[in-house]
Design a protein around this ligand. Structure first.
Ligand SMILES: Cc1ncc(COP(=O)(O)O)c(C=O)c1O
Ligand SMILES: [Zn+2]
Length: 415
């Protein structure tokens, strides 16, 4: 296996840096984006060969990724070597309900830690294993934490987590049970981000912080590759883009990651068009939405108060990349209120069988709003990115369901 990663480009000042243990741009502090030798890929890699590869995991796309995992990871199937390849299936009730031609769900609630974040964590853990790194730290609203802890299980690398106070118990329990060291930070996610960064510098840990570590976006772009391959038609057309992809947005790393996956495929000439991206932010976490409305790229820190923990950020860590994903594809941002997300948890469960946490259900709210605004048209083929299971945050889910009915005998049962 060979990869074609050439380095990193700064999203702020456009400087180029070589491959290495690098986070933000040393010149201007902006996030970095991994670069590839597309011409060499075009010459040396046949997309048919990728599709024919029987390894149904993110590593299926090795030539388009920044690293090749060590042999010992790939020899025996483990969660790390089999990560990815979540199902893509039709949601016909949503199609009828919203009068939209085709709606697909990309269901990452089915990944090992039950969230999309496994993709980024797998990439960073694989990187750490290639470099004999012992400890990875990470700030997280909970899902990146449990994903990192899950991916570190049974490996030689340890996870140290910084979660804001109030992180849902399910996410914390998962992170702790896998053996990660967890610090509950007195403050917001943004404060946890800063603390993780300081700890990494102080103790020499590798820092997985979302967006700041450019490998996170590279892990997340694999969902884009998979969607395109799952929509493809095998030999005739290995990859195909939908018209629209709807993504819940907190830091903006998932939306910019899926967008990057499609950018790679488009640059290689393996798809004919780019999909339009719709980003869904929480109304009570307004920083990124306001930057979008202002037409600029500067995101101001505004305290978030949403119950949707996964997208609860005061300031997005990958805001510039997210704004570009939306603007470059002619998409829009829409906001979801807490009530709308909770209602959407119920709709998703009843109409599609997907049990999701409020942040994930935001994708459905985004679909409704983008449809109303005309950003999604009746004839469009739409993918909703499902990002995490409802088991992650049972407290939120229990707010929107009735209590079970206590009974002792048949005469109490009414139908
Ligand atoms: C369930 C869920 N959905 C969506 C997101 C948003 O991803 P990002 O922060 O990369 O925008 C997150 C992030 O934690 C999440 O946990
Ligand atoms: Zn720079």
């Amino acid at each position: 296996m060979k990869h074609f990663h050439t380095g990193f480009r700064c999203l702020g000042c456009n400087s180029h840096f070589d491959i290495g243990d690098i986070y933000n741009c040393p010149k201007c502090g902006s996030n970095l984006d991994a670069t590839y030798d597309y011409e060499a890929i075009k010459r040396e890699v046949d997309p048919q060969q990728i599709v024919a590869d029987k390894n149904r995991s993110i590593w299926h796309y090795a030539p388009l990724l920044p690293l090749i995992p060590p042999d010992f990871v790939m020899q025996v199937p483990t969660p790390l070597s089999t990560i990815g390849w979540s199902p893509l299936y039709r949601a016909s009730n949503l199609e009828t309900g919203t009068a939209t031609r085709k709606i697909w769900l990309k269901d990452d609630t089915r990944l090992p830690s039950a969230s999309f974040k496994d993709r980024a964590s797998a990439m960073v853990v694989a990187y750490a294993l290639t470099k004999n790194i012992e400890t990875i730290c990470c700030a997280s609203t909970g899902n990146a934490a449990s994903a990192l802890a899950t991916m570190c299980s049974g490996m030689t690398v340890k996870a140290v987590i910084f979660c804001p106070e109030g992180t849902p118990e399910g996410k914390l329990a998962q992170t702790l049970i896998h053996g990660a060291k967890v610090y509950s930070v007195q403050g917001s996610y943004t404060q946890a981000v800063h603390l993780a960064q300081q700890a990494a510098a102080q103790f020499g840990w590798h820092n997985r912080n979302t967006g700041r570590n450019p490998y996170t976006r590279e892990g997340k772009k694999t969902a884009g590759f998979e969607i395109a391959e799952q929509l493809g038609e095998g030999d005739k057309k290995p990859f195909r883009a939908p018209d629209v992809i709807v993504v819940p947005v907190g830091d903006g790393n998932i939306v910019s990651g899926i967008y990057k996956g499609f950018c790679d495929l488009f640059a290689l000439g393996w798809i004919e068009k780019m999909p339009k991206f719709i980003g869904v932010t929480a109304h009570l976490a307004p920083s990124l939405y306001r930057a979008w409305q202002s037409g600029g790229e500067v995101c101001h820190e505004i305290p978030s108060t949403t119950i949707a923990s996964g997208i609860s950020v005061d300031v997005p860590e990958d805001g510039v990349a997210a704004l570009r994903a939306i603007r470059d594809t002619g998409g829009i941002f829409v906001e979801a209120t807490d009530e709308e997300m909770l209602e959407a948890v119920v709709t998703m469960a009843r109409e599609t069988s997907v049990f999701c946490e409020p942040s994930c259900a935001a994708a459905y709210v985004g679909l409704l709003k983008a449809r109303q605004l005309g950003a999604i048209r009746p004839d469009d083929e739409v993918v909703l990115q499902m990002t995490a299971s409802g088991f992650k945050d049972l407290r939120s889910v229990l707010r929107v369901v009735p209590k079970p009915i206590l009974v002792r005998s048949l005469d109490q049962i009414m139908f």
